[in-house]
Design a protein. Structure first.
Length: 318
């Protein structure tokens, strides 16, 4: 069964978290080994680098899998909260996760170090000591910081958009380049009438609901949301992604299907089903970063102007 593009992106995001956290765990162990040769704190007695490294090789990937899954797969459920509360809640979950896994790591470490089974009295005694030690506090602070930093990175990626963030980070468009892209202009119909009829706040909720609903079909068709302009959404593809499986055209029909599947929700909440028109065009554009205090990646060229003019004929042609 072929994974949808958005699911594949989420899985890869978790894989990146696992790789990143595993490397940070290794760095922490090297730091511990260097530091604890000179200083000993409560909770680090009997420290053995090899045993601790083996313990981390077991615990950290599990922690990364759970932590990455919390970040990636609960974002949609947490979007009803403000950004501040989402970050605080996720960091709180990380602190709890670190506490539980540190106890688990202590059980694994001491059972290996003492060469006995998990529930041996000596292991449980060492675990009890660990709970109230500097070692526990150190692990909670270190990994909660890593978790919080990971959350912030994902928030930045969400703000920019995954593709735009990757391009900005790589410096691909630091200097302008010419490339061939596909553009789909999608515009809601009856905007003026509905805004006057409902008022701007309800109209904004309507637009926002529509944009959220069409996000999955766009991502599944490998599209990139280039701009929001009022009630208009501009979607872009590289030439390869746009023409693969006719993504740039099928995206429109997938959006139609998604909106129809949610017709009852729109009828109940707004007494209106979104109607939209679209135009599509492709060709060469100049792409590059622009701005000083607020940077963005923009595309310029006749392709966008032509696509906009084509959209204008939708009203004429019905």
């Amino acid at each position: 069964m072929r994974l949808k593009n958005r699911t594949r992106l989420k899985v890869w995001a978790v894989v990146y978290v696992i790789i990143g956290w595993t490397l940070l765990g290794l760095a922490q162990q090297i730091l511990n080994d260097f530091f604890l040769k000179a200083v000993t704190f409560s909770g680090f007695e009997g420290y053995d680098f090899t045993t601790n490294l083996l313990t981390y090789a077991i615990i950290v990937p599990i922690a990364a899998l759970l932590g990455g899954s919390i970040i990636v797969f609960t974002r949609e459920q947490l979007r009803t909260l403000s950004l501040r509360w989402r970050i605080l809640l996720e960091i709180g979950l990380f602190a709890l996760l670190v506490f539980v896994l540190t106890i688990g790591g202590s059980v694994v470490y001491n059972s290996i170090y003492l060469q006995t089974y998990f529930l041996d009295d000596r292991v449980l005694a060492e675990v009890q000591t660990t709970i109230f030690s500097y070692g526990m506090l150190y692990n909670i602070l270190y990994w909660t910081f890593i978790g919080g930093f990971t959350v912030l990175i994902f928030q930045v990626i969400e703000y920019y958009g995954q593709q735009k963030f990757r391009k900005t980070f790589s410096g691909k468009y630091y200097r302008p380049i010419v490339e061939t892209r596909v553009f789909l202009f999608l515009d809601l119909k009856n905007s003026t009438r509905l805004a006057e009829q409902w008022g701007h706040q309800v109209w904004f909720d309507f637009i926002n609901t529509f944009i959220k609903d069409i996000a999955d079909p766009i991502v599944d068709r490998k599209g990139e949301i280039y701009q929001y302009v009022g009630d208009e959404i501009v979607i872009s593809w590289s030439e390869a992604d746009g023409f693969e499986d006719n993504n740039c055209v099928n995206c429109f029909f997938d959006i139609e299907k998604k909106i129809r599947s949610r017709e009852q929700i729109y009828r109940t909440q707004f007494h209106e089903l979104p109607e939209f028109r679209a135009s599509i065009h492709h060709g060469e554009v100049t792409a590059g970063e622009i701005g000083l205090y607020r940077k963005d990646i923009i595309y310029t060229g006749d392709v966008l102007n032509t696509a906009k003019r084509i959209q204008g004929y939708c009203d004429v042609l019905g």
